[in-house]
Design a protein around this ligand. Structure first.
Ligand code: ATP
Ligand code: MG
Ligand code: MG
Ligand code: MG
Length: 364
């Protein structure tokens, strides 16, 4: 519709202006609109996602998402990173095939990327500090409010960086995202009813660090997790408990080697651990970031690849990154939609991406 009229200041309006309407011209007619103010079920709304995007709440979430993407580029540019894109079609199965999407690549097999990390490592060995940002795919067979089948991941990789320096970049980046959303999305946060005081706490650095060993002790001492024992990976209840305990994003550092991927560097004095960290978000949002130091020794790495049951010939190029000169390096991955869900305070990740791919949904 085209609206003609005089614009004048009016403090009652959120934007500070009102239009005194003189004429309205209908530009495009509409059939009876399917989304009405009454309550609709999630399936109905998801079937109409292409129209649902027009509602003010969805608009607000997409604006926050957009601001986080903009701030991501600003942050990594200001920190001296180069954006290096990883391929989406890959010829090997990096971390086992259970969550991989298979496709045909002319007369051979290919898979949709689960992570750009291994390619980012090549970038870090070439240019120092790089990040990849692109869609990643995981055939997650369970329905949770934190998992999408297709999601966007930001994966920085840094040469000459050990864990603590990587954690400092991570917390600075996350605080920067929150601060920019506070600064540039005030109206959107109001639409979403997101408590800004809570968000402001997440801009206060540093974020606490606890070791995996201490995390297990905390969980056991709480009395809420009678079955949790050393060596277990954390599920959603454990992650929720830990981050809520600190009321801030918290780093859990140095997990057992047995539950982490082959490329992580072992702890120098504790053979059963790797040098890694997950950042867990409070308010029940769980793991936002996973990261680690990487193994730099080609002989040790080769042994780990074999132990993981992976095909060595797929990793010759990755081993070359060590054979032909490697330096200590670390990296991490932040799931964009996880972070959007947390910062907007939404209850389900499906609204944090324009057209979500879920276990039973690939329409529209
Ligand atoms: P989770 O334990 O929650 O399944 P993960 O440990 O499998 O996550 P990573 O492989 O460490 O995930 O990926 C890095 C980041 O990508 C995670 O910290 C999270 O923010 C995000 N992520 C992982 N899987 C998904 C998914 N299916 N949907 C949306 N974001 C995801
Ligand atoms: Mg997972
Ligand atoms: Mg995890
Ligand atoms: Mg992880």
């Amino acid at each position: 519709m085209y609206v003609t009229g005089e614009i004048h200041e009016d403090t009652r309006s959120h934007f500070g202006y009102e239009i005194a309407i003189e004429d309205i011209e209908v530009v495009g007619e509409s059939e009876e609109y399917p989304i009405t103010p009454k309550e609709h079920g999630t399936d109905f709304l998801m079937d109409h996602r292409h129209l649902w995007l027009r509602s003010s709440k969805q608009f607000a979430i997409m604006k926050v998402r957009n601001e986080m993407i903009r701030a991501t580029y600003e942050f990594f540019a200001q920190e001296g990173f180069t954006k290096l894109d990883a391929p989406i079609l890959t010829g090997s199965a990096p971390e086992g095939t259970s969550e991989l999407f298979h496709t045909e690549y002319f007369d051979r097999d290919a898979y949709l990327s689960q992570s750009g990390q291994l390619y980012a490592e090549a970038g870090a060995m070439a240019y120092g500090k790089v990040f990849t940002f692109g869609p990643t795919f995981r055939a997650e067979k369970s329905k949770t409010r934190r998992h999408l089948i297709e999601f966007w991941m930001i994966e920085p990789e840094m040469a000459f960086m050990h864990q603590e320096e990587s954690l400092e970049i991570q917390e600075k980046y996350v605080a920067f995202l929150v601060q920019n959303v506070l600064d540039h999305c005030d109206y959107e946060l109001d639409i979403l009813g997101r408590d800004k005081e809570t968000l402001r706490k997440y801009t206060q650095l540093p974020f606490p660090r606890v070791s995996y060993d201490e995390a297990i002790e905390l969980l056991q001492a709480s009395g809420e997790f009678p079955d949790t024992k050393w060596g277990d990976d954390f599920g959603s209840p454990e992650e929720t408990y830990l981050a809520n305990h600190f009321e801030k994003p918290v780093f859990v550092v140095n997990y057992p080697k047995a539950i982490k991927p082959f490329y992580m560097k072992p702890h120098p004095t504790r053979e059963d651990l790797v040098i890694c960290a997950d950042m867990l978000a409070p308010e029940g949002y769980g793991e936002i970031i996973g990261g680690s130091e990487r193994e730099t020794d080609s002989v040790k790495l080769e042994a780990e690849i074999k132990k993981a049951g992976l095909d060595l010939k797929d990793y010759e190029w990755y081993l070359d990154l060590r054979r032909y000169g490697s330096v200590p390096h670390s990296g991490f991955g932040l799931g964009l939609e996880r972070a959007v869900t947390w910062i907007t305070g939404e209850s389900h990740i499906r609204e944090a991406i324009p057209f979500p791919r879920l276990l039973n949904r690939i329409y529209p």
